[in-house]
Design a protein around this ligand. Structure first.
Ligand code: PLP
Length: 457
């Protein structure tokens, strides 16, 4: 077993970390995670950290949950992997059935893959192919409409509908064109309006774009209720429902990317449930396996599926697939995670935690340098600004968000910022006491980096 110094040296010598400025990385001593228990991660030196990002927004019931661990062990005694190409297996079949039961009405078909980016890529390709081969084809529907600040994954298709400049701009020559509607981001409204009087003019923009491109739009895609990577942008109530109505009015599809918000994050099992919306495609990943293993699913309706249902000779097949699609271990732990939702009443138990998070975030509202606080369910965000009245951000090179999160680490809390937005996304299994400890650490870290705690009013 290599010692800590060896591990760090070998990491610097051979690993290329995702979304990581590698020179900055090489200049620090990385935390080497060794094991976990519940909401805590432990490093190789035995230090304990609260997992405030749910190991990148995916852990649901805590680490090493006995029920989930057992599900994997029992499946391992049968088979670790077998393909869904030309064969099938019980865990994937049962999981597909459960997902159809639990997701919004109308979604009856499940296409498995192995990560969030592919779940979205699959929805895009299915929507595109649908219009080409339906009985009365509309091959002109080649465009997608997506929101400002959208993040749907890192494949070239997902980047085409995505809109995070820093991540996607460089690749523009490789991307397909996308219609861009303003994000319903009320703190920084792209239309410069105020929520109390705007009558959701951003929906009007979608209506306008769809009207200007008749018969051209294959689907509208969004992260429903909360746009994650954009900075945990919480959409105003009614936006999702309004968007669903507009896609119906214009006869196009709605793709709901619930990769981040699915599985209880927003307080209901799926974000679409909050507004009684059934999308035409639903993309699931991160929390699907309780955050244990890579697995994803793209659900769609029988109407869409029926256009692909044919013999090889009919050439209706969806020629797309991933080696580890519907992996048995992943499917088994996903089933166990859904059982735990029922057995532990995860959603009902979330209610007081959501209220506590709300109380704690409310305290920060008046703080110097806190421009905005946002919350939906057990997702929280604190947007740090240099100047509150003008909402002016700190210069990027001051790395304020990153410094606050580094400070939190020294206080036993692991969090990751999105720019200067401090993201709060603990496992749903966090207790009220742990939640208070986490918020205490965040307050202390903001204070340590920015000082001047005095409320501005
Ligand atoms: C994380 C994320 C993805 C991509 O999922 P990966 O498993 O990282 O490929 C797609 N959409 C949203 C909304 C996400 O948050």
């Amino acid at each position: 077993m290599p010692n800590l110094e060896q591990l760090r040296d070998w990491d610097r010598a051979h690993l290329w970390h995702p979304f990581t400025a590698m020179a900055d990385w090489a200049a620090t001593n990385p935390l080497v995670i060794d094991r976990a228990e519940g909401v805590y991660l432990f490093d190789t030196e035995g230090n304990r950290y609260l997992d405030g990002v749910s190991s990148l927004w995916c852990n649901v019931h805590g680490h090493r949950h006995p029920r989930l661990d057992t599900a994997i062990r029992s499946q391992l005694d049968r088979v670790a992997h077998s393909t869904l190409l030309g064969l099938t297996h019980a865990p994937a079949i049962e999981l597909a059935r459960r997902l159809v039961e639990l997701t919004p009405p109308g979604l009856t078909r499940v296409f498995f893959s192995d990560n969030g980016a592919t779940a979205v890529e699959v929805a895009l390709k299915m929507a595109f192919q649908y219009w080409r081969q339906k009985s009365d084809p509309e091959p002109g529907r080649t465009l997608f409409l997506a929101l400002g600040g959208a993040y749907h994954g890192d494949t070239l298709g997902d980047a085409s509908v995505g809109d995070l400049g820093q991540f996607h701009d460089l690749f523009k020559p490789l991307l397909f064109p996308t219609l861009r509607a303003p994000s319903p981001h009320c703190y920084r409204c792209p239309l410069q309006l105020e929520r109390h009087s705007c009558a959701m003019a951003c929906l009007g923009e979608v209506d306008r774009l769809l009207t200007e491109h008749p018969g051209k739009v294959a689907a509208v895609i969004l992260e429903p209720i909360v746009q994650g990577a954009a900075g945990m942008v919480v959409h105003p109530e009614g936006y999702l429902k309004g968007l669903r109505e507009l896609t119906r009015k214009h006869g196009t599809f709605l793709i709901a990317d619930e990769v981040a918000v699915g599985f209880g994050r927003t307080g209901s099992l799926f974000a679409c449930d909050l507004e009684g919306v059934s999308p035409d495609f639903l993309c699931l990943a991160k929390g699907l396996t309780g955050g244990y293993l890579p697995l994803s699913a793209t659900l769609t309706t029988e109407e869409i599926y029926s256009v692909f249902h044919g013999t090889a000779a009919e050439e209706k097949t969806f020629y797309h697939g991933h080696t580890f699609a519907g992996n048995p271990l992943g499917s088994a732990v996903a089933l166990a995670s859904l059982d735990v939702f029922e057995e532990e009443q995860t959603l009902a138990n979330l209610v007081p935690k959501i209220a506590r998070l709300g109380d704690r975030l409310a305290r920060l509202r008046s703080w110097h340098h806190v421009g905005d606080v946002r919350q939906k369910g057990l997702i929280g965000a604190i947007e740090i600004v240099e100047d509150r009245p003008s909402k002016t951000p700190f210069d990027w090179d001051r790395q304020v968000g990153a410094r606050i999160c580094r400070e939190a680490r020294s206080r036993g809390l692991l969090i990751r910022p999105l720019g200067d937005v401090i993201v709060i996304m603990p496992p749903l299994s966090i207790t009220l006491d742990q939640l208070d400890t986490m918020m205490d650490a965040i307050e202390a870290s903001i204070e340590a980096i920015l000082g001047a705690l005095e409320p501005t009013r």
